[in-house]
Design a protein around this ligand. Structure first.
Ligand SMILES: [Zn+2]
Length: 308
């Protein structure tokens, strides 16, 4: 009886979520026309990378990391608050680039911000006033309209939720076929892509690394599996190189143990991506790591973090 009730409740929830998700604006996908080269590991120019904590979201630990993996034996599931990040890359000649869009200012006003679907009924997000992406960019002296591009690690709502307050004139670049992961079940985007005609797709194969500016300062790493067209980034400043796993690994623990996130669009691909990142880090021990949603990596009281 209990099982039947659970099944019915699940069916209703999934049905509602599907209903809430439909109708969201879906821009066409187009090929990214920028020049990209393979990474040669060279030292960078004078580039700055400034991480920003734009809010927090409450999730199941089993979503962050696959708790059914033998490496995770004994770890219990619970709810955890994790940071929602965006990263400003300031290049001396190529201009300012944003990696992921964080949260817009609606998250300071309610516990679901601009999430759609069933998330509208819940308090699963929070933000300190003024810590939205556009406000933090302005605090850093960057007018959002002057951004050269917004690179999205993937199209899940906690990465697209800053877009409504970022000008539609700024191109949005994502991995191959990334739009396939835009509408996710119960916290489907309300309409994060309103007004955008296209999402430009990087032409990058699984595991491939592309040097976006040709000087080693910003390298796109293809890490499919968590979501369609999933991307990680390698940034290289005067302080050294840092791998931003984004959601290829939500936590440092997952990466260290070789355990993929708990939810994936393709679990096998996700495991392969984690394996590739671990091999890369083993070959390059000098590269620092910041995982996509690891609270231990950041000072959550501050929006603007220390530069990488
Ligand atoms: Zn995420």
């Amino acid at each position: 009886m209990k099982t039947l009730r659970t099944t019915i409740r699940l069916a209703v929830l999934l049905g509602m979520a599907a209903a809430c998700g439909c109708g969201a604006h879906r821009p066409a996908e187009a090929r990214f026309h920028g020049d990209v080269a393979a990474w040669n590991g060279e030292a960078p120019g004078e580039v700055e990378v400034i991480p920003m904590v734009t809010g927090e979201i409450e999730v199941d630990r089993s979503l962050l990391v696959d708790l059914s993996h033998p490496e995770m034996a004994g770890r219990k599931d619970d709810k955890v608050w994790v940071p929602v990040m965006a990263y400003l890359v300031r290049h001396p000649t190529k201009g300012d680039v944003l990696i992921d869009s964080g949260f817009d200012s609606s998250f300071a006003a309610s516990g679901h911000g601009n999430f759609g679907g069933l998330a509208k009924l819940l308090n699963i997000a929070r933000q300190k006033p003024g810590h939205d992406t556009a406000s933090l960019l302005r605090q850093l002296g960057v007018e959002p309209a002057s951004l050269k591009m917004i690179l999205l690690s993937h199209m899940h709502p906690d990465h697209t939720a800053g877009l409504p307050e970022l000008p539609t004139s700024v191109p949005v670049i994502a991995g191959p076929g990334a739009m396939a992961s835009y509408e996710v079940l119960w916290y489907a985007p309300q309409d994060h892509l309103a007004g955008r005609e296209t999402i430009e797709n990087l032409d990058i194969a699984p595991g491939e690394m592309r040097d976006l500016f040709g000087d080693g300062s910003l390298v796109v790493v293809s890490t499919p599996g968590h979501a369609a067209g999933n991307l990680s980034f390698l940034v290289h400043t005067a302080r050294g190189a840092t791998l931003l796993t984004c959601d290829a690994s939500h936590t440092r623990e997952g990466l260290d143990h070789g355990v993929a996130p708990g939810k994936n669009s393709d679990a096998n691909a996700s495991n392969e991506s984690i394996g590739r990142l671990r091999r890369f880090l083993a070959d390059h021990p000098e590269v620092k790591v910041k995982a996509g949603h690891d609270a231990a990596d950041w000072d959550l009281e501050r929006g603007i973090q220390d530069p990488l």
